[in-house]
Design a protein around this ligand. Structure first.
Ligand code: ADP
Ligand code: MG
Length: 386
């Protein structure tokens, strides 16, 4: 067991890393963050911020000299970086597990190999692959296999011509072509798994997206038990088959009452933010616990919760890119009972950028949803794309 006041290493300085730093600090640990951005949200509150690239081996040597174990909040850390650090200290999740999650083709192949349900897709490496793709895949979504997030590196394509055009627009990068599914809704499971293989799942949540970006999370997901049980057991099986240690997010599509795995995130997940305010143990504390070899905490929710993401457009008058830049109306949010606001201290808001979130908690799920959507509307987030 790695115990306080040990120093932990975090690869990546975004908001997920920032919440990890907070959880680790609460528990008495120190944290060093490695991230190339001198203003990174986690770097700002870390005990030390190594401002360096993930492939800067001199910086990795510094990190391993100063830390007892390393984890990540950023799925695009090169697997070689994790492998290198693992020579010197525990690294969780492993390079092998992260490698599966950071490439959409490896991810879908993994799902297929383990009999886990996923939507129809084709790997696209050349124009010929687009021409040969099954006609039943259209209309489809073309996604770059690596480095996409928040709907970036994705194009909705009605037919083969549009798919070819989008493939060229992505510079011929390796892609997957996924059948566009008619979604009843989206669900995610966040879980933690320890080195001994024990798994603790948070309650599955329902996730509502806008423009490919998570907008609202409702926890627990208001569905019938069997779907929720299937989601939990599929997520646990994924963690087991990956030999995963740490906090893992698994996204699902629900189509015609059937569950399909969309993708996995080898880190805490945006749809698990509410666990800070609504659960006995947060997803970030679980990440600390799994990394340090502590027993996993109790994931039970003590409250129903709704989380609302705050994206950069909210900083622009009228949510228009040419609108005046100003702070959103925080006072209105702070006046809402049982609402907690979390801001990530990013130095500049850009449309689509995740700047913060708030969570409303309470006993009655319907009231919590009303209050959260009411607060969301009151600060000027509308349903038609701001
Ligand atoms: P990201 O890495 O950006 O989260 P996702 O693959 O999860 O990428 O896509 C983002 C969102 O776009 C999904 O949550 C879903 O709302 C929508 N989407 C993605 N793929 C499909 C699909 N095959 N069918 C229908 N909707 C999709
Ligand atoms: Mg996603």
């Amino acid at each position: 067991m790695i115990l306080p006041p040990a120093t932990l290493g975090m690869l990546g300085g975004g908001q997920l890393g920032r919440f990890f730093v907070s959880a680790a600090h609460e528990m008495g640990y120190k944290v060093w963050v490695l991230d190339p951005d001198p203003h990174s949200p986690a770097g700002l509150i870390a005990d030390r911020h190594l401002v360096a690239g993930y492939d800067d081996f001199a910086a990795l040597d510094k990190l391993s000299a100063g830390c007892s174990a390393v984890t990540t909040e950023f799925e695009n850390v090169p697997a070689a970086t994790l492998d290198y650090l693992a020579k010197f200290m525990p690294v969780h999740p492993s390079a092998a597990a992260v490698a599966v999650c950071q490439n959409r083709i490896a991810e879908k192949t993994f799902l297929a190999d383990h009999g886990l349900p996923h939507g129809p897709f084709a790997a696209i490496r050349s124009d010929a692959d687009v021409r040969d793709a099954d006609a039943a895949l259209f209309p489809a979504v073309l996604k770059v296999a690596r480095f996409g997030y928040d709907g970036k590196g994705q194009a909705r394509v009605a037919n083969r011509d549009e798919a070819l055009h989008a493939f060229h627009r992505f510079g011929g990068e390796v892609c997957v072509l996924e059948k566009m599914l008619a979604l009843d809704c989206e669900v995610s499971v966040v879980l933690a798994r320890d080195e001994g293989g024990a798994v603790r799942c948070f309650d599955p949540s329902e996730n509502r997206h806008r423009h490919g970006i998570l907008d609202v999370t409702i926890a627990p997901a208001p569905f019938d038990g069997s779907l929720v049980d299937q989601a939990r057991s599929a997520a646990a099986r994924i963690a087991e088959k990956l030999g995963y240690v740490g906090t893992l997010g698994v996204e699902f599509f629900v189509c015609d009452g059937e569950l399909f795995v969309n993708e996995m995130a080898p880190r805490p997940h945006n749809s698990g933010h509410h666990t800070i305010d609504a659960c006995v143990t947060s997803q970030y504390e679980q990440q600390v616990r799994a990394l340090c070899g502590l027993p996993l905490g109790e994931p039970r929710a003590h409250s129903a919760a709704v989380m609302v993401n705050l994206l950069g457009e909210l900083w622009y008058e009228g949510a228009r890119a040419d609108g005046a830049y100003r702070e959103p109306d925080w006072a209105t949010l702070h006046a809402v009972p049982n609402l907690r606001l979390h801001l990530y201290a990013k130095h500049h808001a850009r449309p689509g950028r995740k700047m913060g979130h708030f969570t409303v908690i309470g006993r009655d799920a319907a009231q919590v949803l009303d209050a959260a959507l009411g607060a969301r509307a009151a600060i000027g987030i509308s349903d038609d794309g701001h």
